[in-house]
Write a protein that binds this ligand. Structure first.
Ligand code: PMP
Length: 349
């Protein structure tokens, strides 16, 4: 391996053990399948066309996304998951002279990309209650990445705070990663028409039940999207495959299905929060499809391990500030019943 990457610490995705069948509450996927039209659209006739490359621009899907979000086609780019679009953003906007900042506790891929692309980065500590302190991000003179709602806390910033950050850093790009926005926060997409330094990123992996298809998009002013496009065409022009492009279009047409699905997930989240707090758990205020919870007297790792032994996967992070917590993806009502029942048994052990 090249010298410069020997000490790189790669991102570690949520585990997918194959030794038994688990209830998988560790990677924030939706617990429900894609909408019926998506399933029908990935049919034999489309599969037969797989000998052809996909449309590299993703023109049809981009036009549909533009229409859906009331922006122009030049304001949208699609990617192979937000992870790929994030990589393009690091390449396009950051270098030794233009570093980046993000919270110390946030999506674990941000520091990995900063290391990979040799970008100076600052990890700004969240406050003691794990929320973002707005003034820490005003006038920082660096590019900024904010996950809103944040992960793994689920805490959302109001749109007014996001706007204050954008306004106070006019010479730098503010990337708002809205992977979980549809579960209870306000999107900054309308602000992309007003500010030339704002990029908003969405994924189909969570609120549109398509983590396995790998699809995401960024929306922003045309010059920033053009820069991302340049990266894409210098890296992998056919980054979104044919079947995924079709699935992405149909999912937009069937938006109502996903709105209902999200309502159901939010309802399940709220009932799980009540049950866990009755059992003595402390949680951050989650606006996402997961909860971040700790049980005083039981370490996060103990809880994670005990649940895994009982067939339920949740995510534990060993970072000292959050080592007491586990992140639990909201599954179906039945899955959350199982979770609560197993936790009750663990507590009385
Ligand atoms: N951003 C955040 C905040 C995430 O939690 C995730 C999922 N782990 C991603 C981006 C990446 O999502 P995708 O599946 O679109 O690559």
């Amino acid at each position: 391996m090249s010298q410069r990457f020997q000490s790189l610490e790669a991102y570690v995705p949520g585990e997918q053990p194959a030794d038994m069948e688990y209830i998988k509450l560790n990677t924030n996927e939706a617990p429900y399948p894609p909408s019926p039209g998506v399933i029908a659209a990935i049919n034999e006739s489309e599969i037969r066309k797989l000998f052809l490359y996909p449309n590299p621009d993703g023109t049809r899907l981009i036009n549909k996304l533009a229409e859906f979000y009331h922006v122009g086609a030049d304001n949208v780019i699609i990617g192979n998951g937000s992870d790929e679009l994030l990589a393009f953003a690091f390449l396009a906007f950051c270098d030794g002279g233009r570093g980046v900042c993000f919270p110390d506790i946030t999506y674990g891929f941000y520091p990995v990309y900063a290391e990979l692309y040799d970008v100076p980065y600052e990890q700004i500590p969240l406050m003691d209650d794990l929320s973002i302190n707005l003034s820490d991000y005003c006038g920082v003179n660096k590019n900024i990445i904010i996950a809103n709602p944040n992960a793994p806390t689920g805490i959302a910033l109001p749109l007014g705070d996001i706007e204050a950050i954008i306004k106070s850093n006019p010479e730098f790009v503010v990337l708002v990663d809205e992977a979980y926005v549809d579960f209870g926060a306000e999107s900054a997409i309308p602000l992309t028409r007003k500010y030339d330094n704002l990029l908003v990123m969405h994924t189909y992996s969570k609120a549109r039940s398509m983590a396995g298809a790998r699809l995401a998009y960024a929306i922003g002013p045309e010059p920033l999207i053009g820069d991302l496009r340049k990266m894409k065409y210098s890296f992998n022009p056919y980054n979104v495959n044919r079947l995924t492009q079709i699935a992405g279009e149909v999912a937009l047409q069937e938006n109502e299905y996903y709105v209902k699905m999200r309502e159901k997930i939010v309802k399940t989240r709220e009932s799980t929060v009540s049950r866990l707090s009755e059992m003595g758990f402390l949680m951050t205020h989650s606006c996402a499809n997961f909860i971040f919870a700790k049980l005083p007297g039981v370490s996060g790792y103990e809880l994670y391990s005990a649940l895994k032994a009982r067939g339920i996967l949740v995510r534990h992070f060993s970072k000292p500030r959050i080592a007491d917590y586990v992140r639990i993806t909201i599954g179906t009502d039945e899955q959350m019943d199982r979770l609560c029942n197993e936790i009750a048994l663990i507590r009385t052990r």
